[in-house]
Design a protein around this ligand. Structure first.
Ligand code: FES
Ligand SMILES: [Fe+2]
Length: 385
């Protein structure tokens, strides 16, 4: 659906800061090298703690991080072949089915009790480990996003990790919000943004902006030919729930993957791709150094400024959840609508299916929605107050 691009005052709905996730998507939980063989790593996807481990064959497994016997966290246990042994009484669970396969103090002839840890689909792609926390029957049909630049040596790939003490909606709005170039003014970011096109579907928001650049950083990144020259370029920000794919006219691409941890904590794993204007052999030689230096000396400075804003926003919200806010960018309003809709659809489906423990838990963990939200808190058009 095509939406108007005029900047116009709208009241922000409060429940956007309370909604849960739709877990029926793949979420990244860490870079692959964090998951070394024979180590168990605890990760959290929206309250759900998961014990992830790589067996000695290199295969990944993901089990609910709670022993079916007494609830001890399984990440404190040991890896036995492809199984995970709980540290308390040594019950062993299969990494592929979660079934209890051994109780060390039970006679071999005795039948094992029916005790099964929940298993999550897990895969590796783009140097990241991804987990599907929702209805496991959907894991095969739901794709992980496509980053076509990943295998193309023309592009310089720069991975960036971030941690925010903020709800994922606040983080996602930051990425859609091209009008905050003001914040990065001293870093020679961008200026004079114009929203030129906006489209919304059931699961995506696509915003096109025109943005101007100048300065040494813009030149290094290939955005301008000379540092003192102003270049205006179209930028497309595509949010495909729950992650981002942003492109800047063949010059750069950003895949920004969000990991919601709790209503006040989020993580992100980003893949930046740059078409740096360097000869191929130079790029080949400098690739490791650039991939290390660009995030530290360039992107991190932008990120630190953003994190400061997002966490400030979250803190003010927590002090008074009734306070109303005004937004004028229709792309942000569309994004909020999508995030709320995805969650509400999931809650609806869970009520119908009544099948998955994770689904019930996620719905219950968001009291604002569980208790119902007054109609007037829905997004409404209106003048700025
Ligand atoms: S609590 Fe895990 S084996 Fe007893
Ligand atoms: Fe920013």
């Amino acid at each position: 659906m095509e939406l108007a691009t005029a900047l116009k005052g709208q009241t922000v709905q409060n429940k956007i800061r309370e909604v849960g996730i739709n877990p029926n998507y793949w979420y990244p939980v860490g870079w692959s090298d964090r998951f070394q063989p024979n180590q168990i790593v605890p990760v959290v996807i929206w309250h759900q703690s998961i014990a992830v481990y790589r067996d000695s064959d290199g295969d990944l497994h993901a089990l609910e991080n709670a022993c079916p016997h007494r609830g001890v966290e399984l990440h404190k246990g040991k890896i036995h072949g492809k199984h995970l042994a709980c540290p308390y009484h040594g019950w062993e669970f299969s990494g592929s089915t979660g079934e209890c396969v051994t109780i060390p103090y039970l006679p071999k002839t005795q039948k094992l009790p029916c005790a099964q840890a929940r298993v999550f689909a897990v895969q590796e792609k783009y140097g990241l480990v991804w987990i599907f926390p929702g209805d496991q029957a959907l894991a095969q049909v739901q794709p992980v996003l496509e980053a076509k630049e990943f295998d193309d040596s023309e592009w310089l790939m720069v991975p960036v990790t971030a941690h925010f003490k903020a709800h994922f909606s606040i983080c996602n709005e930051n990425a859609m919000d091209v009008f905050h170039g003001f914040l990065h003014e001293e870093l020679q970011g961008w200026f004079d943004p114009v929203l030129t096109d906006l489209k919304e579907t059931e699961s995506s928001v696509r915003a096109e902006y025109q943005v101007s650049y100048k300065g040494h950083m813009a030149k290094f990144l290939g955005l301008t030919d000379r540092a003192d020259q102003v270049t205006t370029l179209p930028i497309t920000i595509q949010y495909n729930y729950p992650h981002y794919a942003t492109t800047l006219q063949g010059v750069s691409a950003l895949y920004l993957m969000r990991l919601p941890v709790s209503p006040v904590e989020s993580r992100s794993f980003a893949l930046f791709f740059f078409k740096v204007r360097l000869p191929k052999w130079v790029l080949r030689t400098l690739r490791p150094a650039l991939s290390w230096a660009i995030p530290r000396f360039l992107l991190q400075r932008f990120l630190d400024q953003d994190i400061d804003m997002m966490e400030s926003e979250q803190q003010t919200y927590l002090k008074n959840r009734q306070r109303r806010y005004v937004e004028i960018n229709p792309a942000i309003i569309a994004l909020q609508r999508l995030i709320v809709r995805q969650y509400e659809q999931f809650v609806q489906q869970s009520k119908v299916q009544q099948s998955s423990p994770l689904q019930h838990r996620s719905a219950e963990d968001s009291p604002t929605l569980a208790e119902g939200v007054p109609e007037q808190e829905q997004i409404s058009s209106g003048s700025m107050r």
